[in-house]
Design a binder for this molecule. Structure first.
Ligand code: HEC
Length: 160
């Protein structure tokens, strides 16, 4: 009886042992294959570049005191705008409806009252700002000539 029990134990034990060894071998080779795969991909410079691009910080602080200071972007192409475009895109925002008591385009009386101070005064007020009127209508990319053109355009639209 006892010899039989021992035999059953040895057979079962050997079976379990063999199974575990087999499992260990399978895990060993699977791990090796995955690792080899990862190393292969990891050394691919194109893939490293893609990873670096994906994990790059949103912004960087430039600590180089000699670095050129980047100018804030100026409205590109603002210099090519005609007086009509400048008025439509910049000035009309206020002057079309008379926002904040701005002289309304078409209000001949309001504009002719201002005209008494002279066109140059009006233009310089438009360039430098006056009360609620922001300098250059809030569009710093506009040249002096464009502001003058816009003033003249609004005057002619107002019948002056
Ligand atoms: C944010 C609104 C706003 C925008 C945009 C704006 N203006 Fe004005 N503008 C005003 C207001 C308000 C006044 C009246 C200022 C006052 O006399 O108190 C005014 C006044 C003026 C005057 C009369 C200045 C004077 O001599 O009293 C001129 C000229 C003028 N604007 C030109 C322009 C031109 C040109 C543009 C576009 C490039 C422009 N404005 C865009 C609000 C605006």
């Amino acid at each position: 009886m006892s010899a039989n029990h021992d035999k059953v134990f040895v057979v079962t034990f050997a079976g379990v042992l063999a199974f575990l060894i087999g499992l260990a071998v399978v895990i060993y080779f699977t791990a090796g294959a995955i690792q080899a795969n990862t190393i292969e991909q990891g050394e691919d410079p194109a893939r490293l570049a893609r990873i670096a691009e994906r994990i790059q910080p949103v912004g960087q602080v430039n600590t180089d005191p000699n670095a050129a200071v980047t100018q804030p972007p100026v409205d590109e192409g603002a210099a090519d705008k005609t007086p009509e475009q400048v008025v439509a895109e910049v000035c009309a925002g206020c002057h079309a409806s008379g926002v904040m008591n701005s002289p309304k385009i078409g209000d001949k009386a309001a504009w002719s009252a201002l005209m008494s101070a002279g066109l140059d005064t009006m233009v310089s007020n438009a360039i430098n700002g006056k009360n609620a009127m922001p300098p250059r209508g809030g569009s710093p990319g506009l040249t002096d000539e464009q502001v003058r053109g816009a003033v003249e355009f609004m005057l002619s639209e107002s019948g002056l």
